[in-house]
Design a protein around this ligand. Structure first.
Ligand code: GP9
Ligand code: MN
Length: 418
């Protein structure tokens, strides 16, 4: 175990950690951290119009807001654990597992997650989500991650009128949550996990502000009005935060948890995106989900185009709070740093770098989508190797180091106070 831990620490020192501080280090020191895990929201809806109508007017407005950073090349990195994988990535900056859900299989491990680290700085951590507390083994994992409280379905009034599909509608969810949020001792960290924009995207007519899309995929058709509904619920939540006086003392993060539209709907998706077909390159690019970091009063927000991923959330937020990560174990980077490792690994071994997209064993130019070579195309094998192979090796290495930490429950043996 000692050798494994040393190997991991050495890797992080060499490949991940930066010795400089980002410009935004400490920008949110002592502020509340309010995160919204936006169920199944993908980036293709942002600033996109269908039938002449905006899908997400509120989030679109945030892309131009002076207090907001919008990351347009931000990827989800989840696998079978879906939402729970995205929570795991966000809190730990470790990779979820390639099969099963780490929330289930390793919910009793020791971790050194975001809630635990900020607790030492006086933070109280909560999750708000209107589902059963044992779903995805959340109650167990949240305890391991040192959350102080989970506002689960028992904290909400759920009835026929305010529910649809999977349960409580997002608007009612946020409305009912505010009273709890107001009682929390500050500073706090809270994650709000939305639900309405979940497959199969059921929505009552009265909640539809835009019409469904018209294609051979009912899934994609119904996705648009439910995404709009979630967008409206987030806008209303911003207003509620302002009214309740929590807004000025908080930073607000909105992140898509994973894709909602699978490859089964590629035909309809190509119609919506006005493309001839959805290639494997396109499909990988569709794994982008929005990330917004909203800092009231900041005034320097912009659209960020660098590649980024869910693995980057923990170090980014810690640094914004002015908390050092010198001894921490993590595989992401501070998104406000230029000194980054240069790739985003998806859990299946596909990856994106500033120059390339690698998926299905083909290496593409990231900006043009043009294939550099295929594995079977020997004449171009050398080009392929020069381009993607060195990154591929790093990705494999990094995923296996993260796996070793989880499978070996190695945090038990690491002393973070030294
Ligand atoms: C259910 C919610 C959605 O509690 O997290 O789950 P998902 O299927 O997206 O993982
Ligand atoms: Mn989800």
């Amino acid at each position: 175990d000692e050798n494994e831990i040393k190997e991991i620490k050495d890797y992080i020192e060499k490949e991940i950690r930066s010795n400089e501080k980002s410009d935004l280090f400490g920008v949110a020191e002592g502020k509340n951290v309010i995160t919204i895990w936006a169920e199944s929201v993908q980036s293709f809806v942002i600033n996109n119009k269908v039938n002449g109508q905006e899908i997400t007017p509120f989030m679109n407005s945030l892309t131009e807001d002076e207090d907001t950073y919008y990351f347009e090349n931000f990827y989800h990195q989840t696998e079978q654990g879906k939402t729970s994988d995205s929570e795991f990535l966000g809190d730990n900056s470790l990779y979820p597992l390639s099969r099963g859900a780490v929330f289930f299989t390793h919910g009793q491990n020791e971790y050194h997650g975001f809630p635990e680290m900020i607790k030492e700085h006086g933070y109280y951590s909560t999750v708000f989500h209107a589902n059963n507390k044992s779903f995805w083994n959340r109650d167990q994992m949240y305890e391991s991650l040192n959350y102080d409280h989970f506002y689960d379905i028992d904290s909400y009034e759920v009835n026929e009128e305010n529910s649809v599909g999977w349960g409580l509608k997002d608007k009612s969810f946020f409305e009912q949550s505010i009273k709890y949020l107001q009682t929390l001792e500050e500073p706090f960290y809270s994650r709000f996990i939305t639900l309405t924009n979940h497959f199969p995207f059921d929505l009552d007519d009265e909640d539809r502000s835009i019409e469904p899309y018209d294609s051979n995929s009912n899934t994609l058709n119904n996705y648009l009005p439910t995404v709009r509904y979630t967008d409206e619920s987030i806008e209303a939540f911003f207003d509620q935060l302002k009214v309740s006086d929590l807004y000025e003392d908080s930073i607000i993060i909105i992140m898509g948890d994973h894709n909602g539209i699978s490859a089964n709907h590629n035909k309809a998706m190509s119609q919506l995106l006005e493309k001839e077909e959805i290639t494997p390159y396109d499909y990988l690019q569709l794994q982008r989900v929005p990330l917004f970091i909203h800092i009231p009063g900041h005034g320097e927000g912009e659209v960020k185009s660098e590649i980024a991923g869910q693995i980057d959330i923990k170090p980014t937020l810690l640094h914004m709070l002015g908390i050092e990560t010198d001894n921490d174990i993590y595989f992401g980077n501070d998104l406000f740093h230029d000194d980054r490792k240069g790739f985003i690994a998806l859990r299946n071994g596909d990856f994106v770098s500033e120059d390339y997209v690698y998926t299905g064993e083909v290496c593409y130019e990231r900006l043009t989508g043009e294939a550099i070579a295929t594995e079977n195309n020997h004449s171009n094998k050398e080009q392929q190797n020069n381009a993607c192979q060195p990154i591929k090796e790093k990705v494999e290495k990094e995923l296996s180091l993260s796996d070793n930490l989880i499978y070996g429950d190695l945090f038990r043996f690491i002393d973070f106070d030294e």
